[in-house]
Design a protein around this ligand. Structure first.
Ligand SMILES: [Zn+2]
Length: 168
């Protein structure tokens, strides 16, 4: 029997769903043995210490994405992050920190990351462009809007953000 187009689509969707579930399980509490838990305030990223309240960071080179967040924990994949420009690395962390503050709200987490970066002096227009380039081909997933849409919203947040305070 010929497999109809609709059936093929269903198969693809089912396998994609399975991959998502596997990813979610990987993001769960069971840490791989080579993972390292870094206490709040001890994380150094792109040459600077960066923190998110009391939230510790799990460094996992097997995590499926660049970063992730569960309640009370930030997960980073240092191998994947190493491919990215420094401002994007810090932006990924700040985005996951945004989830600790605002929960599952993706657009809010994006805006938080951009505004925090600008305030703290590690994010400027060049960084904004690097983040947009990073997201350009991301189609979005079950929670994140497509990359270009996220970029547009973040550019607006960036425009509203305050530049770093002059050093005294
Ligand atoms: Zn997110």
């Amino acid at each position: 029997m010929r497999l109809g187009a609709a059936n093929i689509l269903t198969l693809i969707t089912a396998s994609a769903a399975a991959a998502l579930v596997a990813g979610l399980l990987a993001a769960g509490a069971t840490a791989a043995s080579e993972d390292r838990l870094v206490a709040a305030g001890k994380l150094k990223l792109a040459g600077r210490y960066i923190a998110c309240g009391r939230t510790p960071t799990q460094l996992s080179s097997t995590f499926w994405d660049y970063g992730g967040a569960t309640k009370g924990r930030i997960i980073l994949n240092p191998v994947k992050l190493a491919e990215l420009p420094e401002a994007v690395r810090l932006w990924v962390y700040a985005h996951e920190c945004g989830h600790q503050i605002y929960g599952a709200r993706e657009t809010r987490a994006d805006c938080y990351a951009v505004q925090r970066g600008r305030r703290e002096g590690w994010f400027n227009l060049a960084g904004m462009n690097q983040v947009c380039a990073f997201l350009k081909d991301r189609k979005g997933d079950w929670v994140h809007p497509p990359g270009p849409k996220r970029c547009t919203a973040m550019v607006q947040c960036f425009g509203k953000s305050k530049p770093p305070r002059a050093s005294r």
